[in-house]
Design a protein around this ligand. Structure first.
Ligand code: DX5
Ligand code: ZN
Length: 217
């Protein structure tokens, strides 16, 4: 369970996705934000774009579904080429079944929690997942300010994972930059999404390495 950096293509140029994926060749994952304008007040991309990007990008795709009815849609993202599929627990009617379907199709399954959603009600189903994504902004947009009230939840999630002896990654998403990444790593996160911090940098690949170094120390 090493430190992994996942640049979010939400901050890339949507007309140049393949080039912008190549611009972060040092990244472990490409984080792909799928928004449906219902679960969040923004609309991005869906299955056809994920299918094309999976073929065009060298990195595995980490698809973050901010959509209603993930039970219906999530397994299709594995078929489209995602290596990890994350759905919001707040939108899901059958999280165990959906996680099992994602895993059965060969991808990693993850649950995402909005900032005000606690981890504790999901302790008993943690073993159904490969990762927990803890949002550190309200989902919907890149470039928002990091919510430091979410840091204690990272620590509590890491404690629950350890208590049950599970091998589960903890991903954080929202406002991650050179200024905020260290406190999250210290609290127990190991997968770091960064959109604006990476793509607004003069050298996106260099920022990936800067973030990796800060999270590792
Ligand atoms: C927000 C998305 C994030 C977003 C992060 O809802 O889930 O992945 O791209 O962008 P930054 O890193 O700019 O906060
Ligand atoms: Zn995201």
């Amino acid at each position: 369970m090493g430190i992994q950096i996942a640049p979010s293509i939400l901050s890339a140029d949507f007309a140049r996705l393949a080039e912008d994926a190549a611009a972060v060749s040092n990244a472990d994952w490409l984080h792909v934000d799928v928004m449906d304008n219902h679960f969040v007040p923004n609309l991005t991309l869906g299955l056809p774009v994920v299918e094309s990007l999976a073929k065009a990008a060298a990195q595995p795709l980490d698809c973050h579904l901010m959509i209603e009815d993930p039970d219906r849609w999530a397994p299709g993202y594995v078929e489209a080429g995602a290596s990890s599929v994350t759905f919001h627990i707040e939108a899901c009617r059958a999280p165990i079944r959906t996680a099992r379907e994602i895993r059965a199709k060969g991808a990693r399954a993850a649950m995402a929690l909005k900032p005000a959603t606690p981890i504790e009600p999901y302790e008993d189903i943690l073993s159904e997942f490969d990762m927990v994504l803890i949002m550190t902004v309200e989902p919907g947009f890149g470039g928002q300010k990091f919510l430091d009230v979410c840091v204690p939840k990272i620590r509590r999630t890491r404690d629950l994972v350890a208590k049950h002896g599970l091998d589960i990654w903890i991903e954080i998403d929202g406002g991650i930059s050179a200024d905020t990444i260290e406190q999250c790593a210290e609290a127990g996160a190991n997968v770091f999404v960064a959109g604006s911090a990476v793509y607004n940098a003069d050298d996106p690949n260099k920022m990936v390495e800067t973030l990796r170094t800060l999270a590792t120390n």
